[in-house]
Design a protein around this ligand. Structure first.
Ligand code: GBH
Length: 584
């Protein structure tokens, strides 16, 4: 069915895991030639289909016992009973004891968009179903030696590809009005470009239609890290400017198909993260010639161009949903009041949020300290490119899980800048989650998420900082936030797993922090809890749990955790729009 490459054949190299070079041409992958004097140059003509492409680069892929779409069954009413109170809630609803009165100065204004979030590779499973092509993450989970805890993969995962009707029914039953998910690029284009896979589009048609039937508004991310492998093989993926055209062609198909059914579009998820780590798996894609430490900046450069062009395309198509990208990071608190720490903090903003936010929200160009460095790599935007990028977001979407202290490197910023072999070069800032007094910034999450502490006290200041630094007419959406409950993977009974006090506190405190920010004049317009359910936490496998629902990875049964009710209660008490459970 999807056997042939229908590519206008550039003579580009495809590198497989053993370093053989293949070239796609007119429906085949072939290179002719070689020299007797150079045996390693001998090559062969081969024609491969999609399955063989999988076999060559990924290897055997597991399948689930459930492998056709499951119809939704109504959620049993017994599952809709909230947990007993954990604390004197500021969200006094349901079974909870209303000893705390509603704070009348708090509200989520009408139109506030809130819901739960996921990403394709983390939940879908069905890795080879209906013509999906491999992504770099299939290679990473199957072939990398540094890989995932327990050799976990996304082959089967939560099996959401077949369970989505039930998933939507379950969030609708609690009155969740928005569901944020990502589309798998390599389902739509098995090779990232070229032939379009109609079966994949039909799948997402039904996912989106099911959301709408249940009154759940779809929020769609185009790229959540699962780059089609072919594009990595052919030209180095995000390291090449060639990706811009391919990303925009993908965006065009998705925008064209789902057009005005989507209320909020995100082009990219967390480019700071996927560019920083790019390309996964490290040292695997031997075609890359850019120095490893600098690859992230080339990736980021092309992300900005691809995002901007996709935004312009979406606007030219007249989409009525908002378009933005998801930035990420935490508030950066100076560890001390020294001038060097203040400088390090500014450098940290410039090398993190500012990397993508300054070009899009301020002036089309990199922030100063980052620009000083990337201009030495030849990464400068032309005047036309700056004009293209500037203003390409309808709101500021931020994945804001936690906050950290920032400080100058040992020996100071200047000494670091003068020494390119310093491990903190070129950013030349350092960070910690430990206060100067020796205490953690807040309680630690799971041992597999050492980056995550409950630091919600800093959220109002952070949101204020974003609004002041990168003003956006459409306001700020906290596009991901969430908590990995400590040691949850060690719990052995379902009732223990479902009662998650750390996550309950996180959501209570986080929602209060957003309410405080709003009451103080910060234009927060929405928030999306990560995650709709436990899922593949990338290289950490299935050990850290971020879900507000538990998933039994054998039966695929889903169950609400107590924290899901805490989250909903915030809106029952403080949202001007009623929370309307849709119970079918
Ligand atoms: C989000 O990233 C992702 O969008 C989502 O897919 C993911 O499941 C979710 O968070 C939970 O992690 O190990 O010290 O090198 C959040 C930002 C950036 C946090 C990378 C973890 C690795 C830090 N993530 N970071 S470290």
């Amino acid at each position: 069915m999807f056997l042939l490459f229908a590519l206008a054949a550039p003579a580009a190299a495809l590198i497989n895991s053993t370093g053989s070079v293949l070239t796609p041409e007119n429906g085949t992958i072939s290179i002719n030639g070689g020299e007797a004097a150079n045996p390693s140059a001998f090559t062969a003509n081969i024609t491969i289909n999609l399955q063989q492409y999988w076999d060559l680069f990924v290897g055997p892929v597991a399948t689930a016992t459930i492998n056709t779409t499951v119809a939704a069954t109504p959620v049993p009413t017994s599952e809709l009973v909230p947990p007993p109170p954990l604390y004197y809630s500021s969200f006094p609803t349901g079974a909870q004891n209303p000893t705390v009165l509603k704070n009348e100065s708090w509200k989520f204004p009408s139109g506030f968009f809130w819901g739960v979030a996921s990403a394709a590779y983390q939940i879908e499973g069905a890795a080879q179903a209906e013509g999906r092509g491999p992504s770099v993450w299939d290679v990473f989970t199957h072939r990398s030696t540094s890989i995932t805890v327990n050799n976990d993969t996304g082959d089967v995962g939560c099996n959401e590809y077949y369970m989505y009707k039930q998933d939507i029914a379950r969030i609708a039953a609690l009155g969740v009005p928005y569901y944020s998910f990502s589309i798998s690029w390599s389902r739509v284009f098995p090779y990232g470009k070229g032939p379009v896979n109609e079966l994949a589009l039909q799948h997402y048609d039904d996912l989106i239609e099911t959301c709408l039937q249940y009154g759940v508004k779809p929020v769609v991310t185009l790229f959540h890290w699962d780059l089609p492998l072919f594009l990595q093989n052919e030209y180095g993926g995000w390291l090449s400017e060639e990706i811009v055209g391919d990303f925009v062609a993908y965006a065009k198909v998705v925008f064209g198909r789902y057009g005005n059914k989507v209320s909020h579009w995100f082009t990219m998820n967390e480019p700071i993260v996927f560019c920083d780590e790019y390309p996964y798996p490290k040292n695997y894609f031997s075609a890359v010639t850019i120095a490893e430490a600098d690859q992230k900046y080339f990736c980021g450069h092309h992300v900005l161009l691809a995002h901007a062009e996709a935004y312009r395309l979406g606007k030219s198509l007249g989409l009525n949903g908002t378009i933005a990208f998801k930035n990420n990071g935490g508030y950066k608190i100076p560890l001390t009041n020294s001038t060097d720490d203040a400088l390090a903090v500014q450098r940290a903003w410039d090398f993190n949020e500012g990397w993508f936010a300054n070009p899009v929200y301020l002036n089309g160009d990199y922030p100063k300290y980052l620009k000083d460095y990337v201009s030495t790599l030849g990464l400068e935007f032309t005047a036309d490119q700056k004009a293209l990028i500037n203003g390409t977001a309808d709101l500021f979407a931020h994945d804001a899980y936690t906050s950290s202290f920032y400080m100058a490197p040992d020996g100071g910023v200047a000494a670091c800048l003068a020494n390119s072999s310093n491990s903190l070069y070129p950013g030349c800032f350092n960070t910690t989650n430990v206060n100067p007094d020796g205490w953690n910034i807040g309680p630690a999450a799971d041992i597999y998420t050492p980056w995550l502490n409950q630091a919600t006290d800093w959220v109002p200041l952070f949101l204020r900082y974003i609004q002041d630094t990168w003003p956006s007419a459409g306001g700020i959406a906290v596009s991901e936030f969430g908590w990995a409950e400590p040691f949850e993977h060690l719990k052995t009974t379902k009732v223990d797993i479902l009662y998650d006090p750390g996550r309950m506190m996180y959501y209570k405190n986080y929602m209060e922090a957003i309410l405080i920010a709003i009451s103080e004049g910060v234009n927060v317009v929405g928030c999306l809890a990560w995650a709709i359910m436990d899922n593949l936490e990338w290289a950490d496998g299935y050990l850290p749990k971020f879900g507000v629902q538990y998933v039994n990875l054998t039966t695929f049964e889903r169950s609400y955790k107590a924290s899901f009710f805490t989250y909903i209660d915030a809106f029952k008490v403080y949202a001007e729009d009623p929370v309307v459970p849709v119970y079918v």
